[in-house]
Ligand binder design. Structure first.
Ligand code: F1P
Length: 297
């Protein structure tokens, strides 16, 4: 896991190239995925909607169970690191609309409902938990919806900032309970950050939309709590106000500032923290409990 995170830059560079030449009609797209890939589907759908495209994201499993809730999408964009997750292929088979697959698996070819496949093979990983495959596919969608000018500098920024991001995670609080909060494009990132800590280090962690936190979950806050607040560099007053309130309730609050095009750099410290917490608890980050590389039904 850790070696693969350190080598994230190659996958990001490939994602900028692939994203720059990816032409797909984005209107009416249903983004599908499972686990980490569903979190990414939410970020991609948010970026597409912000550009004015009708787009939504659903867990592939939800479409397998209730295809009617998918409505009538113009097309599907499936996200699957392995390119083998059964739920995704069953969902696409059911919907029978044009479909594009984003994967890191070079053995996957068009077929099984997918007419196009984008392969980020430089982001392939052996570790069971997703790290650089997630951030690379994120760079792909940021390139598509923000433009290559917004992401072309990311691989270099990664090389420059990676050691400092490791140190940042080392300096982050250790607590009995963690919350990761985010809004807009960072809501999916908050869910992924929480999943990383959960599946790798088995810690008590949840993610919420920041402004939803007052509507109940804040009851859980006390001195034993650390709250990570993903907040846009510009603006973010409403989100920061939540940070102020939970700090007054005794929580350790960590602000993680981001711009839309630097979201991958906001997520990586959580991948480092997951590894640090796991090894700190005597767990093997490369052998997460009850988790397989591919979920086949
Ligand atoms: C999705 C996924 C991963 C999780 C584990 C099991 O896989 O849920 O998010 O970390 O590896 O599979 P994929 O469809 O993206 O390959």
């Amino acid at each position: 896991m850790l070696d693969e995170v350190w080598q994230s830059g190659n996958g990001w560079a490939q994602a900028v190239e692939e994203g720059s030449r990816l032409d797909w009609s984005w209107d009416g797209v249903l983004f599908l995925g499972s686990g980490s890939s569903y979190h990414l589907a939410q970020v991609a759908a948010w970026l597409a909607r912000r550009k004015g495209y009708g787009a939504q994201a659903l867990p592939s499993g939800e479409v397998v169970l209730y295809p009617e809730v998918a409505g009538k999408p113009q097309s599907v964009v499936g996200i699957s690191r392995s390119g083998e997750t059964t739920e995704l292929f069953k969902a696409v088979e059911t919907l029978r609309v044009p479909a594009l697959l984003v994967t890191t698996n070079p053995r996957v070819e068009p077929g099984q409902g997918f007419e196009r496949v984008v392969v980020l093979d430089r982001a392939q990983e052996a570790a069971i938990v997703q790290t650089r495959s997630f951030t690379s596919a994120l760079v792909l969608f940021l390139t598509v919806f923000l433009g290559p000018e917004a992401t072309s500098g990311l691989p270099k920024l990664w090389e420059q900032q990676a050691p400092a991001l490791w140190q940042r995670a080392l300096a982050w609080p250790r607590a009995e309970r963690y919350f990761v909060l985010g809004t807009g494009p960072a809501w999916g990132i908050a869910q992924e950050a929480a999943l990383k800590l959960k599946e790798t280090a088995l810690v008590q962690v949840e993610s919420f939309h920041t402004l939803e936190f007052r509507h109940g979950p804040m009851s859980m806050v006390d001195e034993g709590t650390a709250v990570f607040l993903l907040v846009p560099e510009e603006g973010g007053e409403l989100e920061r106000a939540v940070g102020g309130e939970v700090a007054r309730l005794g929580a350790q609050v960590v602000e993680v500032a981001y711009r839309w095009n630097t979201l991958p750099l906001a997520l990586v410290p959580f991948q480092f923290l997951a590894h640090q917490l796991a090894t700190g608890r005597g767990l093997d980050p490369d052998q997460p409990r009850h988790l397989n590389y591919v979920v086949r039904l």
